[in-house]
Design a protein around this ligand. Structure first.
Ligand code: IMP
Length: 446
């Protein structure tokens, strides 16, 4: 066998996991649970706008940057090229996590191609959100950082390595001068002098240079794959927030589809085995837009309180959304998962569940796939089904099984991999049969 053939035979596998709808689906818990099956975890995209929660039974940990398997020590963690990183938030997160994963920095590698978020990006985001053009962003500077990157005028993490502390300061001052000329009204740029906030940021940039392994993560990930390591790529946000296919302009700025997550990691498409999707059985949305199938105000409040639907990053109340088959269909069409986890099945504080099955457009056409322009929709048609109550975690109410069976019938080619019935790692129930006509659950594996 030639050398190349030996490498391919030994190659590990890649799985990729993405949220299905508009984020906050409980991806963190699923990743934490399936982590023992992998050696390497790659967070592919986004930045501090993401808030992933993992709960080890005793403590809850909120992660914004670091892959969600971080509670599992001795694994390798990669922050890939699609991420946007603000050292002011990143460094405290890493140092804080070392209380539970003491050697984290030895096992953590950050891409030299990731975008560096500056205080000016954050200030611009605040300025936009507090002003008239409210988009409902997380105010973390995300879109402005990626915009600078697209305009080829921002910083990447490679610049932290390229320059000494003094040289980096000079580079930042030059960049600041140019920005000040173009955006004189942004509060942080009102003064000629560098602010305290920027000084703190520069200090954290120095800390990153001194203590974080900034490397070519594409090369690293491919080497690990060829050594036979199994890799899980995790996406932040979710498919319907994708920077291209998502609900523009209320989408995020990085790409969230599994295809793009693999691209950010720089791994071969033909090494991908499972495309794993995670969705809550209902939906939630944050930001300056209300989905078409948003719940009625009183029910919305009921779900928010029962499901603790408040933003992990921003604390904002999330809008709760009835399960929407059209949104699901669109997401599946864009992202092609072969496995699906449905979370928060234990949260159902109503007797009647409404499922959006069709939209009627202003021209009276009935559609079962979202139209190009959502403002063309006049009415949402719902099917009502009975709600369910989980008495314990060792049995599933029949109405809940019927709900899952309905999703299975919509997407027969997708395996229902598990359902979430609580916040802890072990609050997942696995089907032992994915038969189209009868989904059976296996409680022994829960
Ligand atoms: P940005 O990513 O902060 O620029 O925000 C753009 C849009 O994506 C806004 O509607 C945000 O609320 C939404 N968004 C960004 N990150 C997340 C997330 O992790 N979960 C849910 N929504 C998000």
């Amino acid at each position: 066998m030639d050398k190349e053939a030996i490498k391919i035979t030994k190659r590990g596998r890649v799985d990729v996991l993405a949220g299905k709808l508009w984020g906050d689906e409980g991806k963190g818990k699923i990743i934490d649970k399936i982590a023992p099956g992998y050696d390497v975890f790659i967070r592919a995209n986004g930045g501090g706008n993401a808030g992933h929660t993992v709960c080890d039974g005793n403590n809850t940990h909120v992660l914004h940057y670091i892959p969600c398997a971080v509670l599992h020590t001795d694994k390798t963690f990669i922050c890939a090229a699609g991420m946007a990183i603000n050292p002011v938030d990143f460094m405290p997160e890493v140092l804080g996590l070392e209380k539970i994963n003491p050697n984290l920095r030895k096992h953590l590698f950050v891409s030299h191609q990731a975008t560096l978020i500056t205080p000016i990006h954050v200030a611009k985001d605040m300025w936009r959100e507090n002003g008239t053009g409210v988009l409902g962003s997380t105010k973390k500077g995300i879109s402005f950082a990626y915009a600078d990157d697209t305009e080829h005028k921002g910083f990447r993490l490679s610049d932290i390595l390229k320059y000494s502390s003094r040289e980096f300061l000079a580079e930042y001052e030059n960049y600041r001068k140019r920005e000040r000329k173009n955006f004189p009204l942004i509060p942080i740029l009102l003064n000629d002098e560098i602010s305290q906030e920027e000084k703190l940021w520069l200090k954290k940039v120095d800390q990153m240079r001194a203590s974080i392994q900034i490397v070519d993560t594409v090369k690293l990930a491919n080497e690990l794959l060829l050594e036979g390591k199994n890799i899980l790529i995790e996406g932040a946000q979710a498919v319907l927030l994708d920077g291209r296919h998502g609900c523009y302009p209320h989408n995020t700025s990085s790409h969230t589809t599994p295809q793009m997550l693999v691209g950010y990691a720089g791994l071969p498409m033909n090494a991908v085995r499972d495309v794993i999707a995670v969705t809550k059985w209902y939906g939630t949305r944050v930001g300056g837009v209300k989905p078409l199938s948003a719940m009625e105000a009183d029910i919305d409040e009921l779900f928010r309180q029962t499901g603790h639907e408040f933003g992990t990053t921003t604390g904002r109340a999330r809008t709760c959304v009835w399960p929407d088959e059209l949104a699901l269909r669109e997401s599946v069409t864009i992202s092609h998962p072969n496995k699906l986890y449905i979370t928060k099945m234990d949260v159902c504080p109503v007797d009647v569940v409404k499922i959006a099955v069709e939209y009627i457009l202003k021209n009276k056409e009935h559609v079962s796939y979202p139209p190009m322009n959502l403002s063309d929709v006049e009415t949402v048609v719902y099917k009502e089904v009975p709600g369910w109550k989980f008495e314990n975690k060792d049995s599933i109410p029949e109405n809940a099984i019927n709900f899952i069976a309905r999703i299975k019938k919509l997407f027969p080619f997708i395996e229902i991999a598990g359902i979430g019935v609580g916040p802890n790692r072990d609050d997942i129930i696995y089907p032992s049969s994915n038969d189209l006509n009868k989904i059976v659950f296996n409680f022994e594996h829960s």
